[in-house]
Design a protein around this ligand. Structure first.
Ligand code: DPP
Ligand code: ZN
Length: 866
């Protein structure tokens, strides 16, 4: 496998104005006839041979140019390419390929999910279907005809609008779809199956009628309403907030069970992982309801940020993903609690993106090179990319930002462009020079801000001294300073806010002066997490407690509490390592008691405030990760806080329980349930029997999956092993016919850290509910064990590492994308203490020594070993 570099970009030598596809879908094979209207690209440098991309696996049955069949000597085929040296300036190429979708386990290109045909073409799946300039800057108008058995596949879908249909011989039928909008091949899609649908409609701001159709297997028909409501909300929101309207007569979503990603924004025909579209109160948790809302919106927003304006090349992936994640985050914030949404997003960023940015796969938001692009659908490109767009929003302010996005969409409609073009639109509307800001796209790593202050009581002058730095990352030894917004405020000791501002950092060191400050203030820094950085300031515990109580910025209230918890947990971790007794700070107990007793606070917010940072996040913050010490310290604190506040937890549990009516997935009800289940977690953590009974009751009597699953997982993860096993069995009997619920059943067991965990996951991997061809099952079981069960995955004998490596090697032959993704925990080997570090490295080396790794796994393993 070899690397591809951004600096080597060349415009396409050939254009494809029109693409007509005909699919004959059969039980053993699929025949694809592609007719491409090709002409020379006047913007390309020099004339070149025609080069089409096509996987070596596909069988080329016939190739012709303007009706003349080519023979083998007219073209060359190797390494995923088909080269035809002699072609006219403008011609029609026809090509017939034969595929085996039934045997496609990689789930890229055309494949079967359960009984239906579907496709996944981003990033480079179209070349597994036919020969094509499969790159996003070649945009073409597609017409697609599907032919299949009418009984087995009554529904035949593709992009755009249906324009003709009819019956064919042998019980078959056909439908032709035409998509008027030119699009890159990665947005092509088809679906054929026996699907049920819910239908609705939407009238756009300008009065256009759009049919909305969501398709799923018949058994899931009762789980589509939430997605439909979310879709309509997203359509309205994009009109109101970005002035963007939908542009076809039909918008379709199809739910499929076998899917590598969350969902895919194919033009007019989104294909979704069932986990991101199906929702029903009895089978779906609140978190999943919110995920459905966010992903439906995300894919819808891509219609403009991604489809109408797309990426020039895959190095620009964040152009559409960073922007679209920012858009969906703002949408979710408007639909739910803004502060809670921000807290959740920042937690993900700090836990997983910061770890990625500090590891061997660290890359800039706009990577400079890749071996396999699938490996770059990362938290850095998505989440950090969204933070970069958010910073532009903060620096320009909402009005100018909107002007900039209007200009961007207008200027580049129908084009394939770069992140630079996006920033340029923001520069043009604001008159600002954002050249330094562009470093966010080109430099990897998480910057660090060091803040100190000085106060002169005589003059009333307060100074903040801010310095910034960024650690080295692979291929980038030295970093230049970033341009970033530092939102902050100053508070008096009694919590009164003295001022609030957005400071702009551009230098390595800067001083900001505030006049007329009556007494030494407490700074509230990086409000709303205004930049994706780590910030150090020597807060005292007292100052953090004051901010936790009084900060006017909700995010920073939470963050003050987190800083304090992290600090206390780190102290206990160290105590545990030294063999000294651990202790729980009384001031923390008192602060939490105050929060628990205050009935005026928003329950959703209290639930966030009283959640201890996860083991994964504490690991990210450690200099050298000691998994056991972190686990022990956190368990100690959790138990101490549970026991010290037992009566408060019970009161809160009862208060929230009484206030929850029938299930509804609105923000207020979700907040009540999240606080109630947090209270139950602490009650269970006391280890006392009565609370086990309370959990059992909740498990048996709740009318919704959020409460039932919370009770299940709390009991299973507690010391009450027997009852845990009993509830698992009951849950299995109740839900064995619901595949998504069974994924949760797998994940809860995989993340159970009690001894014997590896034996349990090994036996689950042989359970009929597990299917190694289904990525959701793999993520539940393997991801659940290696990502959520840190103590057991990192067992000192290395057994967890060996198990994971065995799986990767097995999966790599089946589904390289998923294999490479599941490998992530091993890539972090350098962060651990020497014994585990060596064991993890051994497994990476074992994989490296294996012949014939996929490009996906090869890239991750080889870069990790450097
Ligand atoms: N389907 C993925 C997403 O929407 C890739 N485009 O983010
Ligand atoms: Zn996306």
């Amino acid at each position: 496998p070899h690397a591809i570099y951004l600096e080597d970009y060349q415009p396409p030598a050939w254009r494809v104005e029109r693409t007509a596809l005909r699919f004959e879908l059969e039980e053993e094979q699929a025949l694809v006839r592609a007719q491409l209207s090709i002409s020379i690209n006047p913007e390309a440098g020099s004339r070149q041979a025609l080069e089409l991309l096509g996987d070596d696996e596909i069988e080329l049955q016939r190739l012709s140019i303007d009706g003349e069949v080519l023979c083998a000597s007219d073209y060359a085929r190797a390494d995923g390419r088909l080269v035809i040296p002699n072609v006219p300036d403008s011609f029609t190429l026809e090509c017939v390929t034969r595929l085996l979708p039934q045997q496609n386990t990689a789930l890229e290109g055309l494949y079967k999910s359960d009984g239906m045909f579907c496709t996944q073409c981003e990033a480079e799946g179209f070349r597994r279907i036919t020969f094509f300039p499969d790159r996003p800057d070649v945009m073409s108008v597609f017409t697609t005809t599907l032919v299949a058995d009418k009984t087995r596949y009554p529904v035949l879908l593709s992009n755009g609008n249906p324009v003709a249909s009819g019956d064919a011989d042998g019980g078959r039928h056909w439908v032709t779809w035409e998509d008027p909008w030119p699009k890159p091949s990665y947005l092509f899609a088809l679906v054929a199956g026996d699907l049920a649908l819910v239908e609705d409609h939407y009238t756009t701001a300008s009065g256009r009628e759009v049919a909305l159709r969501i398709y799923a297997e018949r058994k899931d028909l009762d789980k589509l309403d939430h997605a439909m409501v979310s879709l309509k909300n997203a359509m309205r929101w994009d009109e109101q907030v970005y002035g963007r309207e939908y542009d076809l007569d039909i918008y379709m979503i199809v739910a499929v069970d076998f899917f590598n990603m969350g969902a895919m924004e194919n033009k007019g025909l989104n294909i979704f992982n069932t986990s991101c579209v199906l929702a029903h109160p009895q089978t779906t948790t609140d978190a999943a309801f919110q995920r459905v809302e966010a992903v439906v919106a995300h894919e819808y927003f891509h219609n403009w940020s991604g489809n109408r304006v797309t990426c020039r090349d895959w190095f620009q992936l964040s152009l559409k993903e960073g922007f679209t994640v920012f858009r969906d985050a703002e949408f979710s914030a408007d639909m739910n609690s803004r502060t809670v949404k921000r807290i959740e997003d920042v937690t993900l960023l700090r836990t997983a993106q910061f770890a990625e940015d500090a590891g061997p796969m660290a890359h800039p938001v706009r990577p400079e090179s890749y071996i396999e692009i699938s490996n770059f659908y990362t938290l850095t490109v998505y989440e950090k990319g969204a933070e970069v767009v958010r910073m532009l929003h903060t620096l320009l302010g909402p009005e100018l930002f909107r002007k900039g996005s209007d200009l961007y969409f207008e200027r580049h409609d129908g084009q394939a462009v770069t992140t630079d073009d996006f920033v340029r639109a923001m520069e043009d509307v604001s008159g600002r020079d954002l050249s330094q800001f562009r470093r966010w796209y080109s430099q990897a790593g998480t910057p660090r801000l060091n803040v100190s202050d000085q106060y002169d009581a005589e003059t009333g002058c307060y100074e903040l001294h801010v310095s910034q730095s960024c650690p080295p990352s692979p291929g980038q030894e030295h970093k230049l300073p970033y341009h970033l917004p530092l939102a902050m405020g100053l508070l008096a000791d009694d919590g009164t806010e003295l001022c609030s501002r957005v400071l702009e950092l551009t230098e390595e060191e800067q001083v900001f002066r505030f006049e007329g400050i009556p007494s030494r203030p407490v700074p509230s820094l990086l409000r709303g997490f205004s930049a994706p950085v780590k910030l150090d300031y020597a807060y005292t515990d007292q100052q953090l407690l004051m901010l936790l109580r009084h900060d006017t910025d909700g995010f920073n209230r939470w963050d003050a509490g987190q800083r304090l918890s992290v600090r206390l947990l780190q102290q206990q971790t160290e105590a545990w390592c030294r063999g000294e007794p651990m202790q729980c700070e009384q001031a923390l107990v008192d602060a939490w008691r105050g929060l628990l007793r205050d009935e005026n606070l928003d329950p959703a917010m209290v639930a966030q405030l009283l959640r201890l940072p996860s083991e994964a996040q504490l690991s990210e913050l450690a200099d050298e990760i000691d998994v056991i010490a972190i686990h022990e310290a956190r368990e100690f604190m959790r138990t101490a806080l549970a026991r010290a506040l037992e009566s408060e937890w019970l009161a809160v549990y009862q208060r929230c329980d009484a206030a929850s009516g029938t299930y509804s997935p609105d923000a207020a009800s979700i907040g009540l349930r999240s606080l109630k289940n947090l209270a139950l977690e602490y009650l269970i953590a006391t280890g006392r029997e009565p609370w086990l009974e309370l959990a059992r009751q909740q498990f048996e009597q709740s009318d919704n999956m959020t409460d039932q699953q919370a009770a299940l997982s709390l009991v299973v993860h507690s010391g009450f092993r027997e009852v845990g096993a009993e509830l698992l069995e009951a849950f299995y009997l109740q839900w064995q016919h619901e595949s998504l619920v069974m994924n949760q059943w797998l994940a809860i067991q995989a993340s159970d850290s009690a001894p014997g965990a590896l034996e349990r996951v090994v036996s689950l991997s042989r359970h009929p509910m597990f299917d190694m061809r289904n990525p959701n099952k793999l993520r539940a079981l393997i991801g659940g064990f290696c990502g959520q069960n840190l103590v057991q995955f990192h067992a000192e004998d290395g057994s967890g590492y060996t198990w994971l490596a065995d799986w990767i090697l097995k999966l790599d032959r089946q589904n390289p994308q998923v294999a490479a993704r599941l490998l992530t925990p091993l890539t972090r080997w350098k962060r651990y203490e020497p014994v585990r570090r060596a064991l993890m490295r051994d497994q990476l080396q074992r994989m490296m020594d294996t012949a014939e790794l996929s490009a996906d796994v090869y890239e991750v393993v080889s870069k990790s070993l450097v």
